[in-house]
Design a protein around this ligand. Sequence first.
Ligand code: MN
Length: 150
Amino acid sequence: MLEEYHKKRDFKKTSEPKGEVKPSERGRIYVIQRHDATHLHYDLRLEDEGVLKSWAIPKEPPAVHGVKRLAVQTEDHPLNYASFEGVIPEGEYGAGRVEIWDCGTFDLLEKTSDKYIINIKGKRLNGPYALIRFKRSGDPKNCLFFKKKE
Ligand code: MN
């Protein structure tokens, strides 16, 4: 599941972790990294199946109900990416500064091939969230991320 992640990066040049597929022992990892790359975006990562499932959100993730954000699924990342902060060098994939914007754990409430319903326990984001794949048209990587009513 990390083939694409490994293929995109030269670990002699970037300080990002190489990582492996491995479940964590203390609850499911939730992290959002603020990534100041060509376009500033927020990388939402959720632990599932021994990796961090990942989505790039072009605008600040919503802390309240009523705001829906586009979330574009990206390649799986290793679990130890959750603590990564630093600068990916110029010329490398994703060049730019990565900072942890929020982190914690989450409970998986429901999962299908088209959605995750989760309860996030972070500092900035807290409570029930949905991540739902667009049904009708377009790229299957496109999802909506939003807070549900509590
Ligand atoms: Mn990114």
